[in-house]
Design a protein around this ligand. Structure first.
Ligand SMILES: *Cc1c(COP(=O)(O)O)cnc(C)c1O
Length: 416
């Protein structure tokens, strides 16, 4: 039997092949100019990326993790204060908090959106914490430490429900840092402001990653902080560059966390395609949804609330027998991913935080059942039909590779 053509989970080759001449010309300019770190290429990309995010300032850094860490520090979140985030995220969210000298704490996610549940956040701030009458600080009763900041994560390309998060932050004087590492171009309809707002323009600051697989990815590593606050922008610029205000004048100890000029050149070229790429992801997501609903497959497709304009970094479904489905799809030549299999509070790295199974039940349930299907700009309808057909074959107990006829029947049912 012929092996079917491989369908990758993510295609990092085709978009770069299409932009090859432009990318190579940009690299050529960097070689000729000899400006590899900082300089005009970084500054013009920063301006364009900030404008794309409707933010006043953009500061290029070496990674999304740096962006998060610098944003926490630059926003003035005090060392040893608590930064509250969600267990359903990449570990970088947690790393940035600890490495900024803060303490990690979690609130659970919403079972439909998979993002921070504002009701759980309210409960945390109102019931697990109390305002110290002497200092006016909000103190977590269990940890006996002040709460300094909240990091909602815009996971899978969909913004967290920001209005209630921002309301609560305002009420308690907390900093809000958006983890927008998966949400370049995503939008949120703010009832408070009565308008759509871009990811990266809502909190005190936001962090973006340009890791190659992100919606806007470098040909290497990169990240950015966006903010409307000139002080946060200025401090982030110092933090990424050894705390320098000017060469060899160090206002503080910082880091080596700069965006290099070669990546900035690549990112500037790719940024011009980002809106079109995000639209292609949105079309692909819509197509998956209608194919799945026509197929009657018993899986949970992603929920998109009407206040979110999702950019579909990932297309995440939920199935009870995830392991079996991964194996079936893998045998059929279809790549998948899990984002993420273990919630942060149960990672070995965070054993010392003292959490146990059952502490964040929604995150735990979701992490056990989620599966990311192939999603990238340029994903073709026939490839999506194949994914839906194979998922349907697995869920209905058949094996379409062994039983082509059944699979063809399902395909007919899907397309009719
Ligand atoms: C990718 C990612 C990061 C970290 O970005 P890097 O560029 O890999 O350091 C942080 N948070 C989330 C949610 C991410 O997906």
């Amino acid at each position: 039997m012929n092996m079917p053509e491989k369908l990758p989970f993510l295609d990092l080759i085709t978009p770069h092949r299409e932009l090859r001449d432009e990318l190579c010309a940009s690299f050529g300019r960097a070689l000729e100019g000899g400006a590899f770190v900082g300089g005009a290429a970084v500054e013009s990309f920063e301006r364009e990326f900030a404008a794309f995010c409707d933010a006043r300032y953009g500061v290029g850094v070496a990674s999304g993790t740096d962006a998060l860490r610098f944003a926490i520090m630059a926003a003035g979140v005090r060392k040893d204060s608590i930064v509250v985030t969600v267990p359903n995220s990449f570990i970088a969210t947690g790393e940035a908090i600890s490495q900024a000298g803060c303490l990690i704490d979690f609130v659970d996610i919403d079972e439909q959106t998979y993002n921070m549940d504002p009701a759980r956040l309210r409960e945390y701030l109102e019931e697990a914490c109390a305002v110290d009458s002497a200092t006016g600080e909000l103190i977590n009763k269990r940890l006996n430490r002040p709460v300094g900041a909240i990091i909602p994560v815009h996971l899978y390309g969909q913004t967290a429900d920001m209005d209630p998060v921002l309301d609560l932050a305002e009420r308690y004087g907390l900093v809000v840092i958006e983890d927008a590492c998966q949400a370049h171009g995503a939008e949120y309809f703010s009832v408070r402001r009565q308008r759509w707002m871009k990811a990266g323009s809502m909190g005190h600051a936001a962090a973006f990653s340009f890791y190659p697989g992100k919606n806007l990815g470098a040909c290497g590593e990169g990240g950015a902080v966006t903010t409307n606050d000139p002080e946060i922008a200025k401090t982030t610029r110092m933090l990424r560059d050894h705390g320098q205000s000017q060469k060899y004048f160090h206002e503080m100890e910082g880091f080596n966390g700069r965006l290099d000029a070669v990546q900035a050149g690549f990112l500037q070229i790719k940024l011009r395609h980002l809106t079109k790429w995000n639209e292609e992801r949105q079309q692909a997501a819509g197509r998956y949804k209608s194919l799945f609903s026509e197929s009657g497959a018993t899986l949970l497709a992603p929920f998109a609330p009407d206040w979110a304009n999702c950019v579909w970094h990932l297309f995440v479904v939920r199935v009870p027998d995830r392991h079996g489905l991964i194996k079936h799809l893998n045998d059929a030549g279809i790549g998948t991913g899990i984002h993420y299999p273990i919630p942060l509070h149960l990672q070995n790295a965070y054993r010392s935080l003292g959490y146990q199974e059952g502490d964040f039940p929604v995150s735990e349930r979701v992490c056990a059942e989620i599966l990311s299907l192939p999603m990238f700009p340029g994903l073709r309808p026939d490839q999506q039909e194949r994914v839906v057909r194979e998922v349907g074959a697995f869920l209905s107990g058949g094996d379409s590779l062994a039983d082509r006829a059944a699979a063809e029947g399902l395909k007919l049912a899907l397309t009719n």
